[in-house]
Design a protein around this ligand. Structure first.
Ligand code: HEC
Length: 205
């Protein structure tokens, strides 16, 4: 083959590879550039496909979590936050932003507060699950956050302070309902047994 012919083929191969790369990447680029109104992805534990252990993790929120949503207790827990926050209507920002109207709102929404870019770019809203995750371990849930707080270890404390914040609002969103347990047993029964599994062959001989 002459050199020109080879160059043409090499060029065609390169162009194809480039095309494939574009087709694979362009949808991702589109997805990330359009700021989503509703979250497209969430920051949090990544559930691996086929990971049996992750699939049976208790769904959020548990009935215990909901039962612990107690604003009186939450006011006491909130004392851990008051060095940086208040949750007063029209309250000033401090080291942390004022937390009036935070539950159900998108992240980094308080005017006049300088958030970290990590907080500005979460792409999610403060629903119950995200608040629970963030308050458990702020720096892990929103990596790069400026909230220099160790977190609330006890679920009971998180549920209580979240209820306290829920009602610190012009229009409190509804309390959450308990999540259903996953129907893993039923799903497993639906899988038809394999006709000729190696075990069967072995036992027959
Ligand atoms: C040492 C100071 C400090 C303490 C203590 C603290 N926070 Fe924060 N908090 C911050 C800062 C700073 C931010 C902004 C984080 C960013 O921009 O990354 C923040 C952000 C938040 C946000 C997100 C606000 C928004 O507008 O998106 C919530 C919710 C929150 N804190 C709740 C709490 C609660 C509840 C407690 C107590 C259990 C607490 N914080 C304790 C400093 C603190």
């Amino acid at each position: 083959m002459d050199e020109l012919g080879f160059n043409k083929i090499a060029g065609a191969v390169l162009a194809t590879a480039l095309g494939v790369m574009m087709i694979r990447e362009v949808p991702h680029l589109l997805m990330h550039s359009s700021a989503p109104e509703t979250p497209v992805y969430q920051v949090g534990p990544i559930v691996q496909e086929g990971g049996e252990a992750d699939a049976v993790e208790a769904p959020f929120p548990s009935p215990e979590f909901i039962a612990s949503m107690d604003a009186t207790r939450g006011a006491k827990v909130f004392k851990k936050c008051t060095s940086c926050h208040n949750a007063d209507n029209g309250g000033a920002n401090g080291t942390g932003p004022n937390l009036w109207n935070v539950v159900g709102n998108k992240t980094a929404a308080k005017a006049g507060f300088k958030y970290s870019s990590a907080m500005t770019n979460t792409g999610f809203a403060w629903d119950y699950e995200n608040l629970n995750g963030y308050l458990e371990k702020p720096t892990k849930y929103v990596s790069g956050t400026n909230m220099n707080f160790i977190g609330l270890k006890k679920e009971k404390d998180r549920a209580a302070v979240i209820e306290y914040l829920r009602i610190a609002s012009d229009a409190p969103i509804a309390r959450p309902v308990a999540a259903q347990a996953p129907l893993t047993d039923i799903v497993q029964e639906d899988v038809a047994p394999q006709e000729d599994s190696p075990e069967k062959e072995d036992s027959g001989n």
